[in-house]
Design a protein around this ligand. Structure first.
Ligand code: IVH
Length: 678
């Protein structure tokens, strides 16, 4: 029986490895994601039941979940060097001359793209990945093996048997452009829902794929790494007595062992061939799903590499050619100002359309008044536009030589372009705001869209277009009016048939059952996202107590900062907000926790500050935190003299333990905590 299980585990591992290889290295999957997931699930289950058969190179290791406290610093067997840079043809011809001077006449160059990510050094022993080390200072780097194991295109076990017993292979880990965009879209969606301004969203988004890669690789929880789909191209092999004579050949062989080697490398025997490669990729690189910032040119034969040699920091036999950042100049035709759902004003540059890095650019963000002032951009100016991280175009300067004499400085708007209210700007914020949140049309419409959205009141029969129609027809002026619409009203608007009107009325009616925490999220108080709304709902239990809460009381709720607390107090001091809530209440919406929700809450942990640390077995960390909140406790991040106790799961950090002992803070286990809650 156990022999069967062992055999099954081996068989599944091999199959999954093969499918990973087809999908991530060859880019040609042969089974569906569903079938793949089923196999992986089965393997995870078998390994859990028979941990004695868990192989260190099992594909389940790629799922992540291991928590690291600190990465170990380890010495590179061969230092990780850097490359000399060149920026133009002349410097490249100089490089070619230097190589020729060493006596080489008949030789080849290999041209490769220079991937813009984070370099990594992988150690393979007996065909198994044994260590992955970051560049660090070139001599020593961080051991990030657990994180690197989650990258599916990096083989945990090599294919075939032609590889050396021990060798090192180096390459570049990167975040594919599409993955970068996907994550940023997710971040944006979340923050928009929470009412953040464009400026704040821009600040919180990933800056560029390289930064994102490096941040991801440093994550202490490998699950977080597995969730961000990093990838890796390998470009150099090191070791003793390697069985090849040239760089190109070594990579062709490495590809057979299962490594992802770029198909875009080329051999050429002259510097003119190199220049052709550069010309081609200067444009074509924008079509790739990976960020590139240049080309690396390497002497092919190992013998010749040896005779050309090294400087202290870099090989003489290789050089990087850096592409010029994609930049064009065009004319700034006008500046328009957008009013967001939260009233934040974003100035947008309208440009004379121009081609840049493969797309037509018509607009560029100007972010805020300070940036406009700093750049001193004027309407009609010829401006330089660059793609920052190749994704978001930005204006980086003005060609003053082309400026018209009559041009004058941009006067930033003082009034809202939509409702004409005077704009405000608080000291700590870069953006101007329109304060007219209950009247300004885009803010009101935006608030309503948020109100009906899936995670809020979930009235899916009421889309943005219908909201705009109803608003423009004067049938709804704020969120509470939605509940006073009748069928006759609805039929007045364009393209609204009897059936859709009935649907809509039914959808609105059904939303009256949405629980309090979601209603609180739906009404759209600035800075109150889904999580904060939940916390507030369980802490205060009904809208009356929340409405009467003082700033100090609000600050006692875990994770609520001063800014948020202030916004809440301000919200409830507005007569108009109170009127809206009153009308919603009359319509029958939930403004208190249900009896069922109240049963699960208690005052058992009232006034206690609890630090949650480590990994839990019976509940997830989020569930534990929720229990604390529902029972009146406060989740705090760090241990201090004020901490009531530490709820410690497995693997609690040694630093925290030390601190707890020093301060005499009690430690409660998961089991003890569950007993407390009974
Ligand atoms: S070869 C001795 N090839 O560029 C250095 N490097 O400063 C061997 N890079 O740190 C590096 N793509 O992270 C090489 N195809 C490629 C590369 C590449 C990107 C990075 C690498 C290195 C930096 C050069």
């Amino acid at each position: 029986m156990t022999v069967d299980v062992k055999h099954k585990i081996q068989e599944l591992s091999t199959k999954i490895d093969e499918h990973n290889y087809n999908y991530y290295v060859l880019d040609t999957p042969i089974i569906s994601d569903y079938e793949f997931d089923k196999m992986l699930e089965e393997l995870i289950k078998l390994e859990k039941e028979h941990p004695e058969y868990l192989l260190p190179d099992s594909p389940t290791q790629r799922v992540g979940g291991q928590i690291t406290k600190e990465f170990m610093s380890v010495k590179h067997k061969y230092p990780m060097l850097s490359l000399g840079n060149t920026y133009n043809e002349e410097e490249l011809r100089d490089f070619d001359e230097r190589i020729k001077k060493t006596g080489a006449t008949d030789f080849e160059y290999v041209c490769e793209l220079k991937y813009d990510g984070v370099s990594i050094s992988l150690v393979y022993i007996d065909g198994v990945l044994s260590q992955a080390i970051t560049r660090g200072d070139g001599e020593k780097g961080d051991d990030v093996t657990v994180n690197v194991k989650t990258i599916k295109s990096i083989p945990l076990k090599l294919r075939g048997n032609g590889f050396p017993k021990e060798f090192i292979i180096r390459g570049e880990i990167f975040m594919p452009k599409k993955e970068f965009l996907r994550i940023n879209n997710e971040i944006r969606k979340q923050l928009v829902e929470e009412g953040y301004s464009e400026e704040e969203i821009f600040e919180k988004q990933l800056k560029n794929p390289r930064n994102a890669t490096s941040g991801t690789l440093k994550q202490l929880n490998s699950k977080a790494v597995a969730e961000r789909k990093l990838d890796c191209y390998l470009y150099s092999i090191l070791g003793e007595d390697l069985p090849f004579t040239s760089h190109y050949e070594s990579l062709v062989e490495a590809k057979k062992w299962g490594f992802k080697i770029s198909d875009d490398m080329e051999k050429t025997s002259s510097i003119d061939g190199v220049l052709k490669f550069l010309d081609k990729w200067d444009i074509k690189r924008h079509e790739l799903n990976v960020e590139t910032d240049g080309v690396v040119i390497k002497v092919n034969a190992f013998e010749q590499q040896k005779s050309v040699g090294f400087t202290a920091k870099s090989p003489r036999w290789a050089i990087a050619y850096k592409f010029k950042a994609a930049r064009v100049s065009t004319i700034l035709e006008s500046i328009s100002y957008q009013v967001g759902r939260t009233g934040a004003i974003t100035p947008v540059a309208n440009l004379k359309p121009v081609q840049l890095a493969g797309t037509t650019v018509k607009r560029a963000s100007l972010h805020n008044a300070d940036i406009i002032e700093k750049l001193d951009v004027r309407i009609g100016d010829t401006v330089f536009v660059e793609k920052g991280g190749e994704i978001i175009p930005k204006i980086i300067g003005v060609d003053e030589s082309k400026r018209h004499v009559q041009s004058h400085e941009v006067k930033y708007i003082t009034h809202c372009p939509e409702c004409h209210a005077e704009l405000i700007r608080s000291e700590e914020e870069a953006n101007h705001y329109c304060p007219n949140e209950l009247v300004c049309p885009p803010q009101v419409k935006g608030k309503m869209e948020h109100f009906v959205s899936r995670k809020a009141m979930d009235i899916d029969s009421l889309g943005a277009e219908t909201i705009a129609q109803l608003y423009d027809a004067g049938l709804i002026k704020n969120i509470s009016d939605i509940y006073y619409l009748n069928k006759q009203d609805l039929l007045k608007i364009d393209r609204m048939a009897e059936k859709s009107a009935n649907n809509l009325i039914a959808g609105i009616e059904a939303s009256k059952k949405v629980p309090f925490e979601r209603v609180l999220f739906a009404i759209g108080i600035r800075h109150i996202g889904e999580t904060t709304a939940k916390k507030l709902a369980f802490y205060f239990k009904n809208i009356e107590s929340l409405k009467n809460a003082t700033l100090e009381q609000l600050l006692e709720v875990g994770d609520i900062g001063e800014k948020t607390a202030q916004t809440i107090v301000e919200y409830f001091s507005e007569i108009r907000s109170l009127e809206i809530i009153q009308k919603l209440k009359q319509a029958g919406l939930q403004f208190e926790l249900s009896d069922e929700q109240l049963v699960n809450t208690s005052d058992k942990l009232k006034d206690l500050s609890i630090v949650v640390s480590g990994v839990f077995t019976k509940f997830s960390r989020d569930e534990i935190k929720k229990m604390i909140e529902q029972n009146g406790g406060k989740n705090v991040g760090s241990i201090s003299g004020k901490t009531s106790f530490i709820l410690a799961g497995e693997n609690m950090g040694p630093e925290k333990l030390k601190k707890a002992e020093k301060l005499g803070v009690k430690i409660v286990s998961e089991t003890e905590f569950i007993k407390m809650m009974e």
